[in-house]
Design a protein around this ligand. Structure first.
Ligand code: MN
Length: 313
């Protein structure tokens, strides 16, 4: 590959020898944010000090939380452009409905991947049963310029590559790891792994030096190189690394995301990923005016979500 981001290119063999001594680059805290009707979640990306990791441009961690019917996640119909929403459920279930006519329940171990392209609308609900627990993540992937005007699409993935290694249970959510390739369709070189420690263990995970990486803890705490991080903390590893060392107690869980540094400057506002303010303004006017770009979600009992005022003219 000749067009790697310069920051990830190896300049000489001396650099390669230094991989193992490379410290982590940043330790970032998630911030609390409200999702839909009052569900408090942890938002890891975008972060003031770290906007993206590869094409991953958004990372919410929700739960584990217990709730009764009528509580939990209830996000009414809202639009997206220029991105893929990637929903990974660990516990509980989420009902997704969209303007393409899909109504799909996501169960634990499954991924819903919605490619917004030029425009789509969806709703997300978790309060389906009298008592429930919810735990999962939702990520967004910025679409490259060549794909962001495509028609919207939606795929539900029930089977993902899954294996055990060094006391870890690994699920490949996106991309390829240890010869196992996830079926999830993405449009940039990416990796997403969900990892659970089955016992107290230490492991060295192989990395691609051309990728940058981040690790977010979902349960308990882990050691990444010489740093200990717990739920609510994310480590940014940067690129030019051949591996990362992990130590974990039984039950610790984390996701590792990575990708080639995204070359295009993106602009994120509300549920839109674009390149210019004009594009966002146009999309938002179309949402407000019920333009056919954003058609209806059938079957959702409730009202659609209004966008906040755009903070620029
Ligand atoms: Mn959404």
């Amino acid at each position: 590959m000749s067009d790697l981001n310069p920051q990830c290119q190896l300049s000489d063999s001396k650099d390669a020898e230094n991989f193992s001594s490379q410290p982590v680059q940043q330790i970032l805290s998630t911030r609390d944010a409200t999702l839909g009707e009052g569900l408090i979640i942890r938002r890891a990306l975008p972060h003031r000090e770290r906007r993206m990791i590869g094409a991953w441009c958004f990372l919410d961690h929700f739960g584990p939380i217990r709730f009764k019917k009528g509580e939990g996640m209830n996000v009414g119909p809202h639009p997206h452009i220029g991105l893929q929403t990637f929903t990974w459920v660990i516990e509980g279930k989420i009902l997704h409905r969209d303007s393409l006519g899909n109504a799909q329940t996501i169960n634990p171990g499954q991924v819903n991947l919605m490619t917004a392209g030029k425009g789509v609308v969806h709703s997300e609900e978790s309060q389906l049963d009298e008592y429930a627990t919810l735990h999962g993540v939702q990520l967004w992937i910025a679409l490259p310029d060549s794909k962001r005007q495509k028609d919207a699409s939606f795929t539900h993935y029930t089977e993902l590559p899954h294996f055990q290694q060094d006391g870890l249970s690994v699920t490949v959510l996106a991309g390829e790891f240890e010869g196992k390739t996830a079926p999830t369709e993405v449009f940039s070189p990416l990796l997403g792994l969900d990892i659970v420690a089955l016992e107290a263990t230490k492991a060295r995970l192989p990395l691609n030096p051309a990728f940058e990486y981040g690790i977010l803890v979902l349960e308990d705490e882990i050691d990444v190189e010489s740093e200990t991080i717990s739920v609510g903390k994310m480590i940014y590893l940067g690129c030019r690394r051949e591996h990362v060392s992990i130590r974990a107690f039984k039950g610790a869980r984390f996701i590792l995301i990575g990708g080639e540094p995204f070359k295009e400057e993106i602009l994120i506002w509300w549920n839109y990923v674009a390149r210019t303010k004009e594009e966002i303004k146009q999309a938002d006017e179309q949402w407000k005016n019920n333009d056919k770009r954003f058609s209806e979600v059938q079957g959702y009992q409730g009202i659609r979500v209004d966008s906040p005022p755009i903070p620029w003219k």
